[in-house]
Design a protein around this ligand. Structure first.
Ligand SMILES: Cc1cc2nc3c(=O)[nH]c(=O)nc-3n(C[C@H](O)[C@H](O)[C@H](O)COP(=O)(O)O)c2cc1C
Length: 437
């Protein structure tokens, strides 16, 4: 009898505790568990190089809604799970710190790649507050988890995610632009303390439709860029990081992967966007169009400098507003086989056997052109890492579509690379990309 009454008391106490904890739980926390499954992503058959030719920033949108299928396809491309369980990006050092906030008319959500769903975050229309730069039916807030990555490597991973968003949006006849700000534009949304925003990407239908003309005007000993046979969806579904890099590469393969890092499109943009006057876009976006990265291919024969287009070199900002010819080439900087030293600086012995290693180096001088905004301060370094992550990701896409093997490695001894390239302290080696078979 005594035992029975004790049990009853315990039951009442348990029910009371449960009741109080539900009542007192903040609404957002209670609702944050609500998950909305997304439809299956669409299969997009645009070939991956075509996506790179068509990459451009779009800043003016119509009110037409983005369908759930389109949103699902873009989020899957961004960082979703492949059919075999891998991811559509390789992350940096196999760490995935990226978080995507999806701001819709009714509320803010986060993308859950595991369940391919939207998770409720906060009620209300946050689009014009967070995405104040350009009005659009959806705004994507790209953030990183500060417990998993710092601003630099977090930025580089978001560069991979942002590339996939821009390519897939374009393939679906939608548009977007990378908007980077410090302090982060997403701050008013009140994201958790361990998360930090980096860029916001408005997403919608174009006010001025895409209109590209194929005008390669390729002046080079490097082979012309070819279109592979793999679609963007298939490439993303197959993308992976290689572990061994051997064999040799053809001239055409070298040309393809180098071009993907920083090259100019074969297409001329005739869309007459009011807020984008660039005529020949490049394979990656760049904050303020500064394009401050240098690509150094390292082979058995020596260390080279990749010139994406000499005609642009002498402009204050290396952006093509005219639709100039593409005068692209390699300049030998240092003779001899230095791949072993590079592999040592990467703490990655297998990289020494790669027929090609691409060194991505930040030229700080290019981030402070005279008479323009100075973006050389350390606080902005994350944006240049974003760009380097985007370039490195393009190499992985090209490697996938041409059946090659590539990897993204952050240098463990950046000073060794700096001195090998005979560069001063204004140059920062950001990534080492071995490419092989
Ligand atoms: C990290 C980063 C931040 C950027 N921030 C902005 C921005 O705040 N606003 C904007 O309109 N464009 C922004 N851009 C886009 C660049 O201005 C654009 O890529 C460049 O002008 C080249 O034009 P295109 O992308 O059309 O080829 C950014 C790009 C990057 C990579």
């Amino acid at each position: 009898m005594k035992k029975n009454s004790w049990e009853k008391k315990a039951l009442v106490l348990w029910i009371l505790t449960l009741f109080c904890s539900t009542i007192l739980m903040p609404v957002s926390q209670a609702e944050s568990k609500i998950e909305y499954p997304l439809p299956s992503p669409l299969l997009v058959d645009m070939i991956v190089e075509e996506s790179m030719f068509r990459r451009m920033s779009v800043r003016e949108f119509t009110n037409e809604t983005v369908t759930d299928e389109e949103l699902s396809t873009i989020l899957w491309a961004a960082c979703g799970y492949q059919t075999d369980g891998g991811r559509t990006i390789v992350g940096i050092n196999q760490i995935y710190a990226g978080i995507i906030y999806v701001l819709k008319e009714d509320a803010a959500y986060t993308y859950n790649p595991v369940n391919h769903s939207l998770v409720f975050f906060k009620e209300g229309d946050w689009r014009d507050i967070v995405g104040w730069q350009y009005k659009a039916p959806i705004q994507l807030g790209l953030c990183y988890d500060t417990n998993k990555a710092d601003a630099l490597l977090g930025g580089a991973e978001l560069g991979q995610i942002g590339q996939n968003i821009q390519f897939m949006a374009n393939a679906l006849d939608l548009g977007t632009v990378v908007c980077g700000q410090m302090p982060p534009a997403i701050d008013p949304l009140g994201i958790p303390e361990n998360e930090e925003g980096l860029v916001v990407m408005p997403l919608g239908h174009l006010a001025h439709p895409y209109n590209f003309k194929n005008r390669p005007f390729w002046i080079s000993l490097l082979p012309r860029i070819q279109i592979s046979s793999l679609s963007l969806s298939k490439t993303l579904d197959n993308l992976s990081e290689g572990t061994s890099f051997a064999g040799t590469l053809t001239k055409h393969e070298v040309s393809q992967v180098l071009w993907s890092t920083y090259g100019f499109s074969s297409y001329i943009d005739r869309s007459e966007q009011e807020k984008n006057t660039v005529k020949r876009h490049r394979t990656v976006p760049s904050a303020h169009g500064y394009y401050p990265l240098r690509m150094y291919p390292v082979t058995k024969q020596g260390i080279f400098y990749y010139q994406p287009n000499l005609f642009i070199k002498f402009q204050k900002v290396p952006v093509d507003f005219l639709g100039l010819p593409i005068l692209t080439f390699l300049v030998k900087k240092i003779s001899g086989d230095h791949r072993f030293e590079v592999a040592e600086a990467a703490s990655h012995p297998l990289a020494a056997s790669a027929p090609l290693i691409i060194l991505i180096v930040l030229d700080l001088e290019m981030t402070r052109p005279t008479g323009k905004d100075d973006l050389s301060d350390e606080i902005y370094r994350r944006f240049w890492y974003y760009e380097a992550g985007a370039s490195a990701h393009n190499v992985l896409l090209e490697a996938t579509s041409w059946n090659l093997s590539a990897s993204i490695i952050s240098p463990t001894n950046a000073l060794a690379i700096q001195s090998l390239l005979q560069l001063d302290e204004n140059f920062f080696p950001l990534f080492i990309i071995p490419v092989g078979r």
